[in-house]
Design a protein around this ligand. Structure first.
Ligand code: GDP
Length: 265
């Protein structure tokens, strides 16, 4: 089979020297070191699991003989979605935000999992369902843009409103450009539906530290002041360098009820 990329596995990350290791596993914490003294960093470390929890989460994302991870199906309508048998998480975001790259990074220890992309203009955008053993399902929602057609909006809205096994929605925001108008529309929709969600900041390897800090602080402030349903801690990630990917795997395992305990680091 194909070989997983460097740093896709915790065992590889653990070989890095301490500073780099923290940057890869806890990118938000690494950033927090550059804040002015006195800034409250509580929201930077609400979810801060220890190594044991990170390892148990990684095991869920690694397929094996008794643990199949598969693309299940695609759906354009709710009645085509697989039965809601397992706890579920979904990933949404603007087209080009880095959603398929992130899902590929999450599943990189199971190279047989094929993360399909349908970007050809005019092609029907679909919800793609992935089944992670008997533990949870992960849904790749179609990317939204400034010209999202009505049927697409209806599909996403119907899914978010009707899917009873949906445990958490991951809203991806571009780390270089920060929150955009269409992201605000997504936030308004999630707030209106009253479902729990969390923001993921993508492509952090492409932003300078200063820009990243600015975007992180702005978004965390926005979340604190303007939202009800959003988890106050932001999850910065780089699918290229694997920063934040291990922590995100652990958070997915946690919100789907697959980590009995998350002992703090
Ligand atoms: P999607 O439309 O949301 O599925 O976005 P893609 O995953 O296809 O990513 C869009 C573009 O951003 C592609 O050119 C990716 O190579 C690039 N990209 C995605 N994630 C990252 C990342 O973490 N770092 C960098 N440098 N580029 C990324």
């Amino acid at each position: 089979g194909r070989c997983p990329p460097p740093l896709a596995a915790l065992s590889q990350v653990l070989r890095l020297e301490r500073n780099r290791r923290i940057g890869v596993v806890f990118p938000l914490q690494k950033l927090a070191r550059y804040l002015a003294p006195g800034v409250d960093t509580e929201r930077f470390r609400l979810f801060q699991p220890g190594l044991a929890a990170l390892q148990r989460a990684e095991a869920l994302f690694r397929s094996g003989r008794d643990h199949a991870i598969d693309y299940v199906s695609s759906a354009v309508r709710m009645d085509h979605a697989p039965p809601p048998a397992l706890p579920e998480v979904c990933f949404i975001g603007r087209s080009n935000v880095g959603k398929s790259s992130l899902i590929r990074a999450l599943f990189s220890l199971s190279p047989e999992v094929e993360v399909r992309v349908s970007k050809t203009p005019g092609h029907t955008k679909k919800m793609n369902f992935f089944k992670v053993g008997k533990y949870f399902t992960l849904v790749d929602m179609p990317g939204y843009g400034y010209r999202a057609p009505q049927d697409f909006v209806e599909m996403v809205e119907a899914y978010l409103q009707e899917r009873h096994n949906l445990k958490r929605t991951f809203l991806l925001v571009d780390g270089v450009v920060g929150l955009q108008k269409t992201d605000h529309i997504a936030v308004e929709m999630l707030e209106e539906f009253g479902i729990p969600y969390v923001m993921v900041l993508t492509k952090i390897d492409r932003a300078s530290r200063g820009l990243l800090l600015k975007n992180v602080l702005e978004i965390q402030e926005f979340v604190k002041e303007k939202t009800q349903g959003c988890f106050p801690q932001l999850f910065p990630v780089s699918s290229l360098e694997f920063s934040g990917v291990h922590l995100l795997r652990c958070f997915v395992a946690h919100v789907t009820g697959n980590l009995r305990t998350v002992e703090a680091r």
